[in-house]
Design a protein around this ligand. Structure first.
Ligand code: FES
Ligand code: FES
Length: 167
């Protein structure tokens, strides 16, 4: 049995404790925006936020998550409006096939929460998600556009409390 705070709602899920969080999110919670790519924490398709930090959910046993920790998936990224990275992605047509893009967006949003004005080098070194379609340049431009917008709007960046896994 796992108790989670998922996209702001408490959920109780009947699974073995060693079940990877990704499968709990997709199969038990029915939130299929988070994707399976490699299953070994390499590609980032499964990226979600845990207390604001990017987490590769395919290698995280659900038992390691406490009910107090805030899990956010792509379905919960937008507030009353789309997140600035979602707006930038749409404007720049970042996605190609789209499979990797929820992970890219979650990694991008976590990066900007931690570092509101990342350099190109920081973006390149910290966004390590894999895109088979090769959207990397547009991902870079999308993060830079979102950062400019967030900084000019003075949007508060929610600082991630923990970084339990790299994106
Ligand atoms: S599916 Fe988790 S990192 Fe690839
Ligand atoms: S957009 Fe196709 S894998 Fe990234």
């Amino acid at each position: 049995m796992a108790q989670l705070n998922l996209n702001g709602k408490p959920v109780t899920i009947d699974v073995e404790g060693d079940t990877p969080l990704l499968w709990v999110i997709r199969e038990q919670a029915g939130l299929t925006g988070t994707k399976y790519g490699c299953g070994i924490a390499q590609c980032g398709a499964c990226t979600v936020h845990l207390d604001g930090a990017a987490l590769r959910s395919c290698v995280m046993p659900v038992s390691a998550i406490t009910p107090e920790q805030k899990l956010v998936t792509i379905e919960g990224l937008a507030g009353s409006q789309p997140h600035p990275v979602q707006i930038a992605w749409a404007e720049l047509d970042v996605a190609q096939c789209g499979y990797c893009q929820s992970g890219m967006l979650m990694a991008a949003a976590a990066l900007l929460a931690q570092n509101p004005n990342p350099s190109e080098e920081e973006i390149r070194s910290q966004i390590t998600n894999i895109c088979r379609c090769g959207t990397y340049m547009r991902v870079l431009e999308g993060i830079q556009l979102a950062a400019r917008r967030m900084n000019s709007a003075g949007a508060p960046a929610s600082a991630p409390a923990t970084a339990q896994a790299r994106t």
